[in-house]
Write a protein that binds this ligand. Structure first.
Ligand code: NAD
Ligand code: GLY
Length: 368
């Protein structure tokens, strides 16, 4: 069986919590060879859903067994509605049954839901066991697998129960994206463009000029955009691991997005789609204040449209309802809503001085 080609290694330097992000093409089954830091014959739980087990998990468990590890499938349902303490409890039960120990390893194989859930369980089982991220969605490969935010949802809010708990390794095989449903894939492009806006004119331009190739999922281009995105995230996390400063810029478009998702019951939009609309809102708000050019706003909108992403707030959602949803966001501090606004391609700033009427005008500006 081919072990694929590793195309890039990006270090995340966090002292004794440092780890590499290893990016490659068709490298999934090369993972056992990279586990030289795990004791021979250790127990390894591969946490994944039934559908991902069929696609990738079974072959990975077999490869781990062949390499001498006591690998097994820790089964969990997929979907945001299952990113809960109940799902975590069912994983703890399976870990106990399989006699997982302090030095056993947890592998999260899947999208952001499984990565966040398995990471949360790894952070808390026996006060913390080592874990790896093997992300299989574009959002997970460029964002959620890196940086150690692990969480489950509470009925009153997303990601309300969680921790910062870094993985030991992030192992990315971009070829796993080939089986991703089209809508999930396109949703991830919004998160990639977000990196372009906050930190990389080069990535912004790549999406602007090569969207057709990106949509075709050319593996070389995928490896390139995932590597550029991870490098930006790694740099930001190194500077501000627990989000007391610059890490907040990763939330560009997200204040609006979380409100849109909440106001539409988390059913209508994929997260990345809501982020796309949120980025248009943030640019409109910055434009109204003269903080960014019309040209920027138009270029950003054109890229999102080329990716087939939505760029308008649904008109039936009352702007005041969105404003109220924003006030409930866990990132609100002392009652002030914090926004990340663009200044130019590759540069954003954090501001909390926008008035309610400016926010509402920005939402209305996206209507067609
Ligand atoms: P997801 O995990 O729900 O996955 C989307 C769907 O794609 C699922 O049905 C899954 O089974 C399927 N899937 C996954 N990989 C596949 C593949 N290779 N082939 C075919 N199907 C595949 O969605 P997501 O967008 O990856 O993650 C969203 C979650 O990530 C949210 O819970 C969000 O809060 C979290 N998140 C966390 C962070 C962080 O920093 N921790 C950052 C961003 C998002
Ligand atoms: N996804 C935002 C962060 O990791 O901070």
């Amino acid at each position: 069986m081919s072990k694929g080609t590793i195309t890039c290694r990006i270090p995340v330097r966090l002292g004794d919590r440092s780890y590499p992000i290893v990016i490659g093409q068709r490298t999934l089954l090369g993972l056992p060879e990279a586990l030289d830091f795990v004791a021979p014959s250790s127990r390894i739980a591969v946490v994944t859903s039934p559908s991902l087990y069929r696609l990738y998990g079974e072959a990975l468990v077999e490869a781990l067994k062949e390499a001498g590890f006591q690998a097994w499938w820790a089964q969990t349902p997929d979907g945001e509605e299952h990113k809960t303490l109940e799902s975590a409890a069912r994983l703890y039960d399976q870990f106990v049954e399989h006699r997982m120990e302090r030095r056993s390893l947890v592998i999260a194989l899947g999208g952001g839901v499984i990565g966040d859930l398995a990471g949360f369980v790894a952070a808390t089982y026996m006060r913390g066991v080592p874990f790896l991220q093997v992300p299989t969605t574009l959002i997970a490969q460029v964002d959620s697998s890196v940086g150690g935010k692990v969480a489950v949802d509470h009925p009153r809010g997303k990601n309300l129960i969680g921790a910062f708990y870094q993985p030991r390794l992030v192992w990315i095989d971009v070829a796993t994206l080939l089986s991703l449903p089209e809508r999930e894939y396109r949703a991830g492009i919004a998160e990639v463009l977000r990196y372009g806006v906050i930190a990389s004119p080069e990535l912004f331009q790549l999406l602007e000029e090569r969207m057709e190739v990106v949509l075709r999922r050319d593996l070389n281009v995928l490896a390139q955009i995932v590597a550029k995105s991870c490098a930006i995230k790694a740099r930001i996390v190194e500077e501000d691991e627990t989000e007391s400063g610059v890490r907040a810029t990763l939330n560009y478009g997200h204040t609006f997005a979380h409100a849109i998702e909440a106001a539409t019951g988390y059913q209508r939009f994929r997260h990345g789609e809501a982020v796309a609309i949120g980025m248009v809102c943030a640019a409109a708000m910055a434009l109204q204040r003269g903080l960014v050019s019309q040209e920027f706003a138009e270029r950003q909108r054109r890229i999102l449209e080329a990716a087939g992403l939505p760029t308008a707030c649904p008109e039936e959602v009352e702007p005041h309802a969105l404003l109220e949803a924003m006030r409930l966001d866990k990132k609100v501090s002392a009652g002030k809503i914090r926004f990340i606004v663009p200044r130019e391609v590759g540069r954003v700033e954090i501001r909390d001085d926008f008035t309610d009427s400016e926010v509402i005008a920005a939402i209305r500006a996206t209507y067609r």
